[in-house]
Design a protein around this ligand. Structure first.
Ligand code: GLA
Length: 384
């Protein structure tokens, strides 16, 4: 898959510019194994970068402009690095402009470049196509400016681009896994300290993404509302973030909270504990126990955090009916998009076909179900 994209951006670059590109940069989307709606509570997440990516073929320019052709959108976009200080058209180019702005604002030098972009991370499916584009752009700017790549710093810059330029109030998970993922591994991220720990995914299991074919509507307002409810709960406990409340403290005082805040906090506090446990269990190879935690995570996102929807619930139930499935849950922000399942490797292909067929029978939508490989974070190749 990524070999194809690499060839596609390279050939298109050569066709347009009559020369080879200087750099090929790529950054992956992600799927989160467990730990959702915990990142903005300073908590823990366990995502992996996937083999769905955004690629850029580029070369430096002598002026301070960026000019990009998007193969996927069939569009050209250009902008000045010294230009406007606010978002303009909307659309894919704003992710690039946002990264340029955030780099400059952080006192990092940028230089102009031109090139071609293409990707295969499905849009709006909850697999972080926007983070992939941001990190591919950050990797490109770093290469063009000759700056050493710093995954954590770049993830923060990309998150700022998303928060302050694009206007989506996301946490750090998507950008950090796209920047720092490693082949064959999930990454346990402490979203407060930004310390990370690689966790090997054993060969005996496959991670399967199950895209329900539904797309999230109104996700921003619901997401911001959840964030506000979590902040209110943290204030009640007198701590900076729900990360600081352990299960015992919560259980002792939860009856004092109003019912909605209580449910939201219950999800986050238990999800943090589940995520830490899941990382340890995965490391030890206790895959059945990891699967059980994923199941519990789904129930909590559905019932307490209330960010699932019926198609996601159906997908998760159908997945679990298969003997090869160890656990399944919705993944990402919710309200639509994808579920993720941990599946015994030898049964994974049959699992993917069977679940897709049953889902269509029950729901009437065409899903996309595929086995994912845990991939490397953003990288760049110099062709000069
Ligand atoms: C979106 C956000 C992330 C995270 C997840 C939920 O993907 O971009 O920061 O909050 O939702 O876990």
């Amino acid at each position: 898959m990524s070999g194809e994209l690499r060839a596609r951006v390279r050939e298109e670059f050569e066709r347009r510019f009559g020369a080879a590109p200087s750099f090929l940069a790529r950054a992956p989307g992600r799927v989160n194994l467990i730990g959702d709606h915990t990142d903005y509570n300073d908590g823990f997440v366990l995502p992996m970068a996937i083999d769905r990516e955004v690629w850029l073929a580029v070369r430096a320019r002598t002026d301070r402009r960026v000019a990009v052709h998007s193969i996927d959108f069939g569009e050209d976009a250009t902008f000045s690095l010294d230009g406007a200080r606010a978002r303009d058209s909307g659309g894919w180019v704003e992710y690039l402009r946002g990264v340029a702005w955030a780099l400059e604002d952080d006192g990092r030098p940028t230089r102009g470049w031109e090139g071609v972009a293409a990707g295969d991370v499905p849009l709006g499916a909850g697999l972080s196509s926007s983070a992939a584009l941001e990190l591919a752009a950050a990797r490109t700017f770093s290469a063009i400016s000759g700056v050493v790549w710093q995954p954590v710093a770049m993830a923060r810059i990309a998150q700022r681009a998303e928060n302050e330029w694009v206007g989506v109030n996301c946490g750090i998970m998507d950008q950090l896994i796209s920047a720092a993922g490693a082949a064959g591994h999930a990454l346990l991220i402490d979203c407060r300290s930004l310390e990370t720990q690689l966790v090997l995914i054993p060969d005996s299991v496959a991670v399967v993404v199950l895209d329900t074919g539904t797309r999230r509507g109104l996700v921003d307002s619901a997401y911001n509302e959840r964030r506000a409810q979590c902040e209110a709960a943290a204030r009640f406990f007198g701590v900076p973030a729900l990360r600081d409340v352990d299960v015992a403290t919560f259980t002792a005082r939860e009856h004092e909270l109003d019912p909605v805040t209580r449910k939201r906090a219950r999800h986050v506090i238990h999800e943090n504990a589940r995520t830490l446990d899941a990382a340890q269990l995965l490391e030890r190879g206790d895959l059945a126990a990891v699967g059980a935690l994923m199941d519990a995570s789904h129930a909590s996102l559905r019932d307490d955090f209330e960010v699932s929807r019926s198609e996601l619930d159906t997908m998760v139930e159908l997945a679990r009916r298969d003997d090869a499935c160890l656990g399944a849950r919705m993944t990402g922000a919710g309200f639509g998009g994808c579920a993720v399942a941990l599946v015994r490797r030898e049964g994974a292909d049959t699992f993917a076909c069977d679940v897709a067929r049953m889902y269509t029978e029950v729901v009437g939508l065409e899903p996309a179900v595929y086995v994912c490989a845990a991939s490397q974070g953003a990288s760049v190749e110099s062709l000069d």
